[in-house]
Design a binder for this molecule. Structure first.
Ligand code: DOR
Length: 429
């Protein structure tokens, strides 16, 4: 089977390639990238005026399987990924039960391979049941397909345990992903602590809670010479702590979410629970620092932290609502609209942060276009205007802080292993 993507602007950050070119795919593999490729018997996709990029990679999603299927499952989650232009997602282990052993990793991997329509990577838990008391079967999980280890959703309070986890994962050359939050400081906080929380009368979660936790984890990674990834960085001091650590040669990477890069705590005015997330949306000075971190390379990846919840769980008073909302289907449009079309960051750099950058963080064989490599490709119409309407989402999570927002730019086709899994917004199961 041959597929020819004709005349698109091919952007491949791994090789700094940005040219109008054709891409020939044969039996799921990229055969050739070049101008005016002539071939017989190929399906032709006219990509003129469109951007052809490596398939987008999101290393921070919650697919909620096993056990929380009312929120999401592998099918709905990977359909949402395909709709948003993502060809690879890495899912977090805070499910029921927690993914803390190799049987669950292998079982989920198998299910993802048979039921999922994009590539799914599994992140195993760091502590048993994510209780922060005893290490989970880290080695066993890493030997059986887990790509990283994390107690995401919870901070590992016990520094001794965290140190042991870092040292253990390091033996396998894999990263511990830290959910950095001093929970004594963040306590009952439901939004960023600042002028807006005072005005709204909501309990604040101070940014220093993140700074202290990031400092500790960076110091432990430095001391043990191991591999650390800081999840969803959202505070300006935390960005700087990571920047300075990188300068000292600490092997630390980090990510920023789409929402922390594009929204402030002003979004909480109105008490819409679709704005409740952890870490919380912060003030403009923090948002500016994240953008600076993205531009200077401190931040390696843009992620969604796609965290769907059932409608009724979020349909309560602000302080009772669970944290998290969906992101896979809005991420690219929001980033193009808010950061690229406004000139804040270049297209090549943004695509790097959504493909090659995150793939490198977890050592995934993804995020770049190469002849002989798997044809995971996203086709983007940068000028397409559309309005966010959660009723059209494939994800079960219908809460998004971008509801009703007009966006410019979206994925118009998603190709996994040479096959279209999405065309013009329609997902093929
Ligand atoms: O807002 C969040 N939701 N932050 C997290 O760290 C966990 C996530 C979830 O699982 O719902």
């Amino acid at each position: 089977m041959k597929l020819l993507l004709k005349g698109g602007r091919v952007i491949n950050p791994a090789t700094a390639y940005d040219e109008i070119a054709d891409v020939l795919i044969e039996d799921g593999i990229i055969k050739e990238i070049g101008s005016h490729i002539a071939v017989d018997n190929a399906e032709i996709y006219e990509a003129e005026g469109l951007i052809v990029t490596p398939g987008l990679v999101d290393i921070h999603v919650h697919l909620r399987e096993p056990g929380l299927e009312a929120k999401e499952d592998i099918v709905s989650g990977t359909q949402a990924a395909a709709a948003g232009g993502f060809t690879t997602v890495a899912c977090m282990p805070n499910t029921r039960p927690i993914i803390d052993n190799s049987i669950l990793v292998a079982g989920l991997k198998h299910r993802a391979q048979t039921e999922g329509i994009v590539n799914v990577e599994i992140i195993g838990a760091m502590s048993k049941s994510q209780e922060g008391k005893e290490l989970a079967e880290i080695g066993d999980m890493l030997l059986n397909g887990a790509v990283a280890i994390s107690d995401d959703g919870h901070f590992v309070n016990n520094a001794r345990l965290f140190r042991a986890g870092l040292e253990y994962a390091n033996i396998f050359g894999k990263r511990i992903i830290s959910h950095a939050e001093d929970e004594n400081l963040s306590s009952e906080g439901v939004m960023h602590e600042g002028a807006v929380s005072t005005r709204l009368g909501l309990v604040g979660n101070p940014s220093v809670s993140e700074d202290i936790a990031v400092s500790r984890d960076v110091m432990l990674a430095e001391y043990t010479n191991s591999l650390l990834h800081v999840a969803h960085v959202s505070s300006k001091n935390a960005v700087d702590i990571i920047r300075q650590a990188k300068k000292r040669g600490v092997n630390v990477t980090t990510e920023a979410t789409v929402h922390h890069l594009t929204l402030t705590d002003d979004a909480v005015i109105g008490y819409n629970t679709a704005t409740k997330v952890n870490p919380p949306l912060r003030s403009q000075d923090h948002v500016d620092a994240l953008l600076a971190g993205l531009l200077d390379g401190t931040i390696d990846a843009i992620v969604t932290d796609h965290a769907p919840h059932a409608y009724e769980e979020k349909d309560v008073e602000y302080r009772y609502a669970p944290s998290g909302f969906t992101g896979l289907e809005t991420a690219l449009g929001v980033i193009l609209t808010e950061l690229v079309h406004t000139g804040k960051i270049g297209l090549m750099q943004v695509i790097e942060k959504m493909t090659y950058g995150p793939a490198k963080v977890l050592g995934l064989n993804a995020g770049c276009l190469k002849v002989g490599g798997k044809a995971d490709i996203t086709i983007v119409n940068p000028g397409q205007e559309w309005t966010v309407d959660s009723r059209t989402f494939y994800t079960r999570g219908k809460h998004t802080p971008y509801e009703g927002k007009k966006l410019k730019g979206r994925a118009v086709a998603t190709i996994v292993g040479g096959k279209f899994v999405m065309k013009n917004g329609e997902v093929f199961a």
